[in-house]
Design a protein around this ligand. Structure first.
Ligand SMILES: [Zn+2]
Length: 423
């Protein structure tokens, strides 16, 4: 380790208490979907403390809705600002964007939590609370990286952009808004909680669907003359299960070998039918998701799936006469990937090896915002950030030590990627 690297690591150690304070402050703001503003105000203030050029803006609903990558969430972005803080380099280096999202998913029943869900309590080195791991820990890493490089007295050649977005959990329109605002870079790291052993270099594509089937309404006493839409819906459910197995047998991708049970999650997870225990309903509504791997086109998969459901209906006497209604709705996204040996991936691998002694492996990821800068911002991107536990579950937490370890790696990546300025 040379003097520069030692100075960066020392600066991160010296900033330990500040990092903890920021993490607890962020977790203590319940930044659920639509309520991110107070968190973004705090982030903007901390970026301003670092002397960054601050851009604080409200994503434009109409502009977003007109973009092909827009996710029709039904939300407005009014009162949901994005923040970008730019640390300008002296010129001649590569730029790097560090992305974090401040929105969090709901807490579920509060009585199931051992620690207050928005308490930010520190217990045995772990900070507990909704969003601690996904991904306020990562937001702290992004801040800490610039804070430590500055504290070590360094100037960089390339620009560093700290990008704090809303609505990641809703599907990514916050990151899309940042891309539309022109925030592209030579590389982007989403400090999502991948853990430090793996670098996520892709995301799967996905689309939610809804299938409505008809039955014959009437009292249970006539059940043998009527068609119960539950039974019809079950046939659709089984058919989708078969489709899922068929897809599994057809697809493969080196980045997705052996990491999950399923390569392309596909299935129905919501089934709604009936309003009265003794009345057969007129319809059943089924909702589910289909996904695809990088290299596949989600739009082509959608067409294939629709044809399949139409074929299933043609072979079913009731469905042939009463065709199911099929709709796409809500969450969808493209698949995307970058080369697993991309310079940004190697830069992170080298920095991690030198800093924490492990060489993280590139792997395939699920749904995330990676696709947006890759496909629409010409910005090679990865996910690499501090692991936590119980993500989206009860008693979510992150280890402060993991946040500091990650910041040491990312600070070194930033120095190597952007280049140290002379003098
Ligand atoms: Zn996340």
């Amino acid at each position: 380790m040379n003097d520069t690297h030692a100075a960066i690591e020392q600066a991160i150690e010296e900033l330990r208490e500040d990092a903890l304070q920021l993490l607890q402050d962020l977790v203590r703001i319940p930044s659920l979907e639509g309520e991110e503003r107070a968190c973004q105000d705090l982030v903007a203030a901390r970026y301003a403390d670092l002397g960054l050029e601050i851009d604080y803006w409200t994503p434009n609903d109409e502009e977003l809705a007109a973009h092909p990558a827009y996710v029709p969430t039904g939300f407005t972005y009014e009162n949901r600002p994005n923040v970008v803080g730019t640390w300008h380099g002296t010129g001649g280096g590569r730029s790097l964007k560090l992305n974090g999202h401040v929105d969090v998913v709901p807490i579920g029943p509060p009585e199931t939590w051992q620690y207050p869900p928005f308490g930010g309590e520190l217990v045995d080195g772990r900070v507990y609370g909704r969003g601690a791991a996904d991904m306020k820990g990562g937001c702290v890493v992004n801040w800490l990286c610039v804070a430590a490089l500055q504290r070590a007295g360094l100037r960089l050649r390339g620009d560093v952009l700290l990008e704090s977005v809303v609505d990641e959990e809703g599907g990514g329109n916050g990151t899309l808004a940042a891309v539309l605002r022109g925030y592209t870079a030579d590389g982007c790291i989403f400090t999502e909680p991948t853990g430090l052993e793996e670098i996520s270099v892709s995301n799967r594509g996905a689309q939610y669907f809804r299938i409505t089937v008809n039955g014959q309404e009437g009292g249970t006493e006539y059940k043998h003359q009527l068609v119960n839409p539950i039974a019809v819906g079950m046939r659709i459910f089984e058919a989708v299960e078969d489709y899922s197995l068929m897809r599994e047998s057809q697809v493969s991708h080196p980045l997705y070998k052996g990491i999950h049970d399923t390569l392309v999650p596909t299935g129905i997870c919501k089934f709604h039918c009936g309003e009265w225990p003794s009345t057969i309903a007129s319809q059943a509504v089924l909702e589910g998701t289909i996904e695809c791997l990088p290299g596949e086109d989600i739009h082509a998969i959608k067409r294939d799936f629709r044809r399949y459901i139409e074929e299933v209906a043609r072979r079913d006497p009731w469905l042939r006469e009463n065709p199911p209604k099929m709709e796409w709705f809500g969450l969808w996204f493209d698949a995307a990937e970058i080369a697993p040996d991309h310079a940004l991936v190697r830069c992170i691998q080298d920095a991690a090896e030198a800093t924490i002694g492990t060489r993280p492996k590139p792997r395939g990821g699920g749904g995330c915002d990676l696709r947006l800068p890759v496909l629409y911002g010409d910005t090679p991107s990865v996910l690499y950030g501090p692991a936590g536990a119980m993500i989206h579950s009860t008693d979510e937490f992150i280890d402060l030590e993991e946040v500091l370890r990650c910041a040491k790696v990312i600070a070194r990546v930033t120095l190597d990627w952007c280049g140290q300025a002379e003098g």
